[in-house]
Design a protein around this ligand. Structure first.
Ligand code: NAD
Length: 324
């Protein structure tokens, strides 16, 4: 039985990835600084470790003194735009330590395959009518925020270990991802979860606040499709960074309308100042599609699976008297 380690297994995408690897027949160890907030882990073993420490990274990748077959590095200090713009030092410090020590530990202990979770935030801002950015367009580098710079640097760290120490490295640049069991409140949530929460909390005919003027264009990928891309890329021979994401584009205002429709509510928008991020970012998914990968969920399908879960969380929190 092949052994895999998922770092960040206590988080949103890592939790879903553990489930997928179990279905594929792997023995799976989940690693995270915390347990999953919203569900029991599906992993065979869960180690609570702080991966900012080099010795924890070594412990993470060895089972009975032997390296595991595959490491998926998804641990990061991260969140949506609100968090990214308010926690620059935490992101630069914590995620950089995790990625530097994890790449080193995996390579020096002889892990054969390592996947690093990068982000579409490595790309510069775009005009809405510009052609899609391909992976090579990450250079000359001009990420919009420190989170993107950290990802770009950590890609380079992992790829240096591939070149110099013979570890097979796969670099996946994720588009915005959404789905059940992800952060939905507290400041780290991303736009789809935030819209689902706000619409679940507001009465029919009410108004919700949206940061910026709502014209920013976004792409959102349903978590099962993203995990499918991760699994496909890890098995591929693509040694360069690879975008994983849907091609379906939507403005923030239209996202609100879509969530409201799924919720069966009429909702107005009040635009307020807030961290919006880039105006548009359309990245090409041609490279991953060449492997036969495709996104199976339209945004409507994915929101229809996500909204009920966020609604349940929101209603439970409101019943407890918590602020949502
Ligand atoms: P998440 O915050 O839900 O999961 C990240 C996990 O890393 C968390 O459970 C957290 O506890 C863990 N972690 C943080 N510091 C740690 C430490 N010191 N030691 C051990 N674990 C630690 O985020 P996610 O949405 O599941 O994202 C997973 C990966 O994908 C991250 O690398 C993220 O940057 C990347 N990514 C996510 C998206 C998205 O839309 N969700 C988009 C692009 C890239």
């Amino acid at each position: 039985m092949k052994k895999a380690v998922v770092c960040g297994a206590g988080g949103f995408i890592g939790g879903h990835l553990v489930e997928r690897l179990k279905k594929e027949g792997f023995w799976v160890r989940g690693v995270d600084i915390k347990q999953h907030e919203f569900r029991e882990t599906a992993a065979d073993e869960f180690l609570q470790l702080d991966l900012r420490k080099p010795e924890s990274c070594g412990e993470a990748v060895l089972v009975d003194g032997q390296p595991v077959d595959e490491v998926y590095q998804l641990a990061a200090d991260m969140g949506g735009m609100g968090f990214i713009h308010s926690a620059e030092c935490e992101i630069m410090h914590n995620s950089l330590l995790i990625n530097t020590y994890m790449s080193h530990a995996a390579a020096s202990h002889g892990v054969p395959r390592y996947l690093f979770s990068s982000s579409a935030c490595v790309y510069r801002d775009q005009q809405p009518d510009e052609p899609d950015l391909t992976e090579d367009d990450a250079y000359p580098a001009q990420p919009d925020n420190e989170y993107g710079w950290e990802k770009l640097y950590s890609e380079r760290v992992a790829l240096a270990y591939q070149r110099n120490q013979g570890m097979t490295v796969r670099v996946a640049r994720f588009q915005n991802c959404y789905g059940p069991y992800g952060t939905w409140n507290g400041g780290r949530e991303k736009a789809p979860a935030a819209m689902c929460r706000k619409i679940a909390a507001v009465e029919d005919g009410g108004t919700i606040e949206v940061w910026g003027d709502g014209t920013a264009m976004r792409v959102f990928t349903y978590v099962d499709d993203l995990v499918d891309g991760i699994y496909t890329l890890m098995r591929s021979s693509i040694a360069q960074p690879t975008n994983i994401g849907s091609d379906e584009r939507i403005s923030v205002n239209d996202l609100v309308a879509l969530v409201a429709e799924v919720a069966g509510k009429t909702v107005g928008i009040r635009h307020v100042d807030g961290p919006v991020g880039v105006h548009a970012r359309n990245h090409s998914s041609a490279r991953i599609r060449e492997l036969g990968w495709t996104d199976r969920h339209t945004l409507r399908d994915g929101i229809a699976k996500t909204y009920p879960w966020v609604k349940e969380q929101t209603e439970q929190a409101m019943a407890r008297g918590d602020e949502v």
